[in-house]
Design a protein around this ligand. Structure first.
Ligand SMILES: Cc1cc2nc3c(=O)[nH]c(=O)nc-3n(C[C@H](O)[C@H](O)[C@H](O)COP(=O)(O)OP(=O)(O)OC[C@H]3O[C@@H](n4cnc5c(N)ncnc54)[C@H](O)[C@@H]3O)c2cc1C
Ligand code: FES
Length: 342
């Protein structure tokens, strides 16, 4: 038993087998359907259901708000048709789509940025050039280990990559990165993925919010905006627990000396003692500093709790969902929780 799903703007209808999601079938049949996590967490596959019935498997409300669902939107990666359907991709003028590539890379440099974050640099050996929009991520596979998502930390160069990888105790991949990865190691990188990327046409103020290794995509976004001649205010907030978790401060101090429209504000949630720095949670720091965010765009990345609470704060402050571009770094534990198996 199968259903026929028409995707507006795509000539050929897609055949979706019973139990299959629209996204699975579309990708298998060569449709370049926008997507990211494939697990109902990121919102990249959000679409309008124009006609027909689908059942939505478990998803994060961060990816599809209740009011979006009520307005007839679905997540294609969670949508299993119960009838023939018609869907339309959410159109956004400034959204970038690149051909997916599979790259063979070699590690060229490793830097211990903090006690638990390593900056890993790689050269693309085959499969390049690698083009992506700043803020996007890729699926990274270290030899013999499961694939994980990591965000590119610089604007695209074509043949080099930088990732910031934070140790997650008990994880399958990050203990290896922290303790064993060496210069010369081979790595497979596939992508790019994700829609939380820089919107180049935006001329209004920018709020860039990073928690921990979420600095990686936010750094790429800020660097690309400045390199592209952005003159509007760019407010970068970097949330970490304590002093020992801060990194790249000198880099952003130099960048803001060069570009006075950039402000860089570290925020410590668990300071070790008296400090001259901002303290508290990212969401509260942003709420304290901005009462009116009309005309802003926000980019956010990092631990789900930091991203989700700040997004809620921005929405409570009246910011439109379409001006908020966020990647929460969900781990396997978060995904298992969503599926109800943890
Ligand atoms: C879009 C996106 C971009 C990302 N970008 C970055 C980035 O730039 N930098 C970065 O550091 N991270 C990033 N991440 C997070 C990254 O993909 C990994 O999730 C993270 O590095 C942990 O990987 P791991 O294999 O070490 O841990 P995992 O094996 O995923 O384990 C994580 C935790 O979950 C537990 N766990 C594992 N499996 C289960 C299960 N089935 N049930 C319950 N608990 C379980 C483990 O014990 C551990 O505590 C990103 C994530 C996403 C979704
Ligand atoms: S690809 Fe569907 S929510 Fe991420």
């Amino acid at each position: 038993m199968s259903y026929s799903v028409t995707i507006q703007g795509w000539d050929q209808a897609v055949t979706v087998e019973m139990g299959q999601t629209i996204l699975e079938a579309a990708i298998a049949q060569g449709v370049p359907y926008p997507h990211g996590c494939r697990s109902g967490n990121c919102g990249a596959c959000k679409s309008d259901l124009i006609a027909g019935e689908v059942e939505l498997a478990a998803y994060s409300e961060f990816a599809l708000l209740a009011e979006e669902k009520s307005a007839g939107q679905i997540l294609a990666c969670r949508a299993v048709p119960w009838s023939d359907c018609e869907v339309a991709l959410i159109q956004e003028v400034d959204r970038k789509v690149f051909a997916s590539r599979v790259l063979d890379c070699a590690v060229t440099g490793i830097e211990q940025a903090t006690h638990d974050i390593r900056i890993v640099r790689m050269a693309v050996e085959t499969g390049g050039p690698f083009d992506y929009a700043p803020g996007q991520y890729a699926q990274v596979t270290f030899p013999g280990l499961p694939t994980r998502d990591y965000s590119m930390a610089t604007p695209a160069t074509g043949d080099t990559l930088e990732f910031h990888i934070r140790l997650v105790p008990g994880g399958a991949v990050t203990p290896y990165v922290q303790n064993e990865l060496a210069v010369g190691s081979k790595v497979r990188v596939e992508g790019p993925l994700g829609t939380a990327h820089l919107r180049e046409a935006h001329r209004g103020p920018v709020l860039a919010v990073a928690g921990g290794s979420g600095l990686a995509p936010v750094k790429a976004i800020v660097e690309a905006a400045l390199a592209g001649g952005a003159t509007q205010p760019i407010h970068l907030y970097f949330g970490v627990r304590g002093e020992r978790d801060l990194y790249m401060e000198a880099h952003f101090a130099a960048l803001s000396a060069q570009h006075p429209n950039l402000t860089f504000t570290p925020v410590l949630s668990e300071p070790d003692g008296a400090t001259g720095r901002r303290t508290g949670y990212l969401a509260d720091a942003v709420a304290a500093d901005f009462s009116d965010m009309d005309g802003f765009k926000a980019y956010l990345a990092g631990p789900p709790i930091a991203v989700e609470t700040t997004v809620e704060q921005l929405r409570a402050g009246g910011m439109r969902r379409r001006d908020i571009h966020a990647d929460a770094f969900y781990t396997e534990a978060d995904k298992a929780k969503l599926e109800g198996v943890a």
